[in-house]
Design a protein around this ligand. Structure first.
Ligand code: CUA
Length: 401
C-alpha cells in the first residue's frame, strides 16, 4: 500500500517534468521562427511606437507570469500540506483573517497600478506624437482598399495619390490621418503600431516613425463586409532620394515605356480599351483624370448619401510598380492582371468593379491592351527597388488565400 502510493507520486512527478520539458521545447522551436518570415507578428517592433507597445506587453506578460507562478505554488503547497490524513483530522479553519485579506487586496492593486500607469503614459505620449509629426499621409479606407493622399508637408510628394502601397521616406515622424467614406475599418501595421479605427465623420490620427528601412505588411482589422480579409496594404520605407524620385515619376505621368501601348505613341492619352475605366480610375499626366477621389463630402451633404468617390477605384499612376493587385489579393504580374480584368468579382467578392466588369465584358484583345498598358506605367529607368523585411534575406510574400 505504502509502496504503491510512492510509485503513484513518482509517476505524477515524471508526467509533470515531461509536460514542462515539452512546453520549453515548443517555445524554443516556435519563438525564433517568429520574425522576418512572419510579417504580421506584433512582437518584432520596428518603430518607436511599436517598441512602446512591446514594453507594455512585456510588463503585462511578466506580471501575469509572476501571478501564475505564485498561484501555482500556493495551490501545490496547500494540496500537499493539507491533504487528507490517515486520522481524518480536519486542518485548522481560517475565516476573516485580516492580514490575509489585506495582503490579497494589496498585491492585485500593485499589479494593476504597475500596468495602468505606463499604459496611460504611453497613450498620452502617442497622442502627442500624433500632433507633432512632420509628414502627413491621409488614408481613405474604401471598400475594400486604401486610398493614399500625400499632404502639403510631404515635400516632393504633396498631391500624390496612390493606393495600398504606402511609400514613405526614412527618418520621418509620419502621422496617418484616417478617413472612411463608408463603414468602420481599422488600420493596422503590426510591426509599426497598434490598431486604430478608421471611421466615417471623424479623422483619427496614428503616429508612426520610420527609422527602419523596410517593407511592412498591414491589414484591415475590423470586419467591414465581403472582402474585409482582402483589404491589405504595405508600408514601404525608402531612402529619401528614392522616395523623392518615386514622387517625381508619379507627377511626370507615363514614361516612354508606355508609348508602344497608346494611340500614336502619345503618352498623354490612354488606350481605347481604357475608355471603360475612365469614370473610376485616374492616371496622372493623361486624359484619365475625371474619376472622383477622396471623400466626396459635398455629395454627402447634398443628399445625405456618399457620392461617387465611394464607388470609384484606385489611382493607377505607376501601376507597374505596385506590388499587388486588388489590395493584396494577387501579386502584380501580367498574368494576374489579365485574370483580374477577366473577372474581378470572382477574385474579390463584392468589389464594385465587378458590377461594371463581369466575365466576358472585356474581350481578350482589350484585356491584352489593358495589361500591356497598366504594367508599362512605371518610370523609364524602372521601379524603385523594394527594401526587404527587417531581418529577412529574401522578399517575403505572405501566401494568398
Ligand atoms: Cu476594412 Cu475590414
Amino acid at each position: 500500500m505504502h509502496r504503491g502510493s510512492t510509485g503513484g507520486r513518482r509517476r505524477t512527478l515524471t508526467r509533470l517534468v515531461t509536460l514542462f520539458a515539452l512546453l520549453a521545447m515548443a517555445a524554443g522551436v516556435l519563438l525564433p521562427a517568429v520574425g522576418a518570415q512572419s510579417p504580421y507578428t506584433t512582437i518584432t517592433p520596428q518603430s518607436s511606437q511599436a517598441e512602446d507597445i512591446q514594453w507594455l506587453y512585456r510588463i503585462v506578460f511578466f506580471l501575469a507570469l509572476f501571478v501564475f507562478i505564485g498561484v501555482q505554488i500556493a495551490i501545490v503547497y496547500t494540496v500537499l500540506r493539507y491533504r487528507r490524513r490517515a486520522n481524518d483530522e480536519r486542518p485548522e479553519q481560517l475565516h476573516g483573517n485580516k492580514t490575509l485579506e489585506v495582503v490579497w487586496t494589496i498585491i492585485p492593486a500593485i499589479v494593476l497600478l504597475a500596468i495602468f500607469i505606463p499604459t496611460v503614459r504611453t497613450i498620452y505620449a502617442h497622442a502627442d506624437d500624433a500632433e507633432t509629426g512632420n509628414f502627413t499621409v491621409e488614408v481613405y479606407a474604401k471598400q475594400w482598399w486604401w486610398e493614399i493622399h500625400y499632404a502639403d508637408d510631404t515635400g516632393e510628394a504633396a498631391g500624390v495619390v496612390t493606393a495600398n502601397d504606402i511609400v514613405v521616406p526614412q527618418g520621418k515622424d509620419v502621422v496617418f490621418k484616417l478617413f472612411s467614406n463608408n463603414v468602420i475599418h481599422s488600420f493596422w501595421v503590426p510591426q509599426l503600431s497598434g490598431k486604430l479605427d478608421v471611421m466615417p465623420g471623424h479623422a483619427n490620427r496614428l503616429p508612426i516613425d520610420t527609422d527602419e528601412l523596410g517593407l511592412y505588411f498591414g491589414q484591415c482589422a475590423e470586419f467591414c463586409g465581403d472582402s474585409h480579409a482582402l483589404m491589405r496594404f504595405k508600408v514601404i520605407v525608402q531612402q529619401q532620394e528614392v522616395f523623392d524620385q518615386w514622387a517625381a515619376s508619379w507627377k511626370a505621368g507615363p514614361s516612354e515605356t508606355s508609348a508602344d501601348f497608346v494611340p500614336d505613341g502619345d503618352i498623354t492619352k490612354s488606350p481605347p480599351a481604357f475608355g471603360l475605366c475612365l469614370a473610376c480610375h485616374q492616371i496622372e499626366g493623361t486624359n484619365a483624370t475625371i474619376a472622383p477621389e477622396g471623400l466626396d463630402q459635398e455629395a454627402e451633404t447634398d443628399t445625405g448619401e456618399m457620392g461617387p468617390a465611394k464607388y470609384a477605384g484606385p489611382n493607377l499612376s505607376l501601376m507597374g510598380c505596385r506590388t499587388t493587385i486588388g489590395a493584396g489579393v494577387l501579386p502584380n504580374t501580367p498574368e494576374n492582371m489579365a485574370k483580374w480584368l477577366h473577372d474581378p468579382g470572382g477574385i474579390k467578392p463584392g468589389v464594385y468593379m465587378g458590377e461594371v466588369i463581369e466575365e466576358g465584358t472585356l474581350d481578350d484583345e482589350s484585356i491584352q491592351q489593358l495589361v500591356d498598358y497598366l504594367e508599362s506605367l512605371k518610370p523609364a529607368e524602372g521601379c524603385p527597388e523594394i527594401p526587404l523585411q527587417p531581418g529577412a534575406t529574401e522578399q517575403v510574400t505572405p501566401s494568398n488565400p
